[in-house]
Design a protein around this ligand. Structure first.
Ligand SMILES: [Zn+2]
Length: 60
């Protein structure tokens, strides 16, 4: 099943420089998410198989 959930990043995420993976809860920095597309528990390093990416939303 393919699903998509969105998490709005806030100033708090910037102060912590990251967020907890919505799927497994592993803390991952925003730069790691951009670089790897997964959380720290994803890919070959762990068992989390969700893909994460960061979008910038432009509203007119
Ligand atoms: Zn995860």
């Amino acid at each position: 099943m393919v699903g998509e959930r969105r998490v709005r990043l806030t100033e708090g995420h910037c102060m912590e420089n990251g967020l907890h993976c919505p799927a497994c809860g592993t803390y991952t920095t925003i730069s790691d998410i951009i670089a790897t597309g997964q959380c720290r528990n994803g890919g070959g390093r762990g068992d989390c198989d969700v893909h994460l990416h960061v979008d910038v939303v432009i509203e007119d």
